[in-house]
Design a protein around this ligand. Structure first.
Ligand code: FDA
Length: 308
């Protein structure tokens, strides 16, 4: 009882902090603090490429994400687009095994939908030229339908783009059904959502998560299982062996700095293991959401705080 209460309180607390614009703004000037350097690969394109190279040498592939929260004007959205393009070019010239993840709000979704679409189209053109892949991360429910709608529009012209479905959403199964054959990342879901739209209990989310994974795999679609949950991972491995689903039809994904030993072990077993590597000076919201997911991660924050 009391453990659950403490976990719930700290979860809500960190999610609340993640949305604090003033703290977000000051954090940009702090440098990587509070232990964020353990989970964020520096602030520049050069620093993230270096990290990716080292991970590749350990048999891990990557996806990089230039962190950006609260993009409030056209200039910031265009700047963010330019960094995505710069990152794609750096991936191509260095030859690292890595694709790109991004969020549509970073490209201006909240400012002007048309601008956002123009920006993502510019990115997709460069990715196509470089034979690379773009993953559109899924944000909170307030952006869910717009994100899916833009994604479907993009898929009519580009096949080098995928998105994410969150198992906590009641509508996940129906939407997944309509995305057969499309490469998707499946996750449990990271935001705080109302009970009207999302399951709240871990058991329900886990159950729906496994259901979605099986559903997408059985339609022959490429599936990325993004989770640090060893039980889920074990179940997926078992299911794929039983159903003779080849290792080339799915991959596991984990975040940079989380369960590093397990990441390497999974790669050694011959599975594709992709590490999601965030970078940039806008690390604050990302870091707070990670603390919210797992109260034990607070030790990151405390160690980081006292060691800097
Ligand atoms: P969960 O947090 O439910 O943990 C289950 C169990 O696993 C724990 O009880 C514990 O036993 C063990 N465990 C978990 N973490 C551990 C650790 N660090 N050390 C030891 N044991 C641990 N969300 C979203 O809404 N939109 C998105 O686009 C994405 N994208 C994304 C990409 C990638 C690569 C990942 C890994 C995750 C996301 N997410 C996301 C986040 C996702 O929705 C979810 O919030 C987190 O992954 C946490 O859920 P897990 O499935 O990892 O396990």
């Amino acid at each position: 009882g009391s453990v659950v209460l403490v976990e719930t309180l700290s979860k809500n607390f960190f999610l609340y902090l993640s949305k604090n614009k003033v703290l977000n703004k000051s954090a940009k000037r702090w440098g990587l603090k509070l232990g964020a350097a353990q989970v964020v690969a520096g602030v520049s394109v050069a620093s993230v490429v270096k990290v990716v190279k080292a991970l590749n040498e350990k048999g891990l592939v990557c996806t990089v994400d230039h962190l950006g929260e609260f993009v409030l004007n056209r200039e910031e959205a265009i700047e963010s687009t330019n960094i995505c393009i710069e990152t794609l070019e750096a991936i191509a010239t260095t030859g690292v095994n890595c694709n790109l993840s991004l969020k549509l709000t970073q490209l201006g979704l909240d400012i002007d939908r048309k601008l956002c679409v123009e920006n993502i189209l510019r990115i997709l053109e460069v990715a196509k030229k470089n034979h690379n892949f773009i993953r559109i991360d899924m944000e909170d429910y307030a952006h869910y339908h717009q994100t899916l709608e833009i994604f479907r529009e993009l898929r009519r012209k580009y096949n080098n783009v995928g998105t994410v479905i969150q198992a906590y959403l009641h509508c996940a199964q129906k939407d997944l059904e309509s995305l057969k054959g499309i490469p998707l990342r499946l996750v449990k879901g990271a935001y705080k959502e109302a009970p009207e739209v999302a399951y709240q209990k871990k058991e329900q989310i886990d159950e729906n998560y496994m259901k979605l994974i099986k559903q997408h795999l059985l339609t022959g679609s490429y599936t990325a299982i993004a989770s640090h949950d060893h039980e889920i991972i074990a179940k997926v491995k078992r299911f794929c062996i039983e159903q003779q689903i080849p290792k080339s039809q799915f991959e596991f994904q984990m975040l940079y700095g989380f369960r590093t030993d397990m990441q390497e072990r999974i790669a050694k077993e011959g599975y594709t293991m992709r590490v999601y590597v965030p970078f940039g000076n806008d690390w604050y919201g990302y870091f707070m959401r990670r603390l919210a997911e797992r109260p034990q991660n607070v030790s990151f924050a405390l160690k980081g705080f006292f060691s800097k």
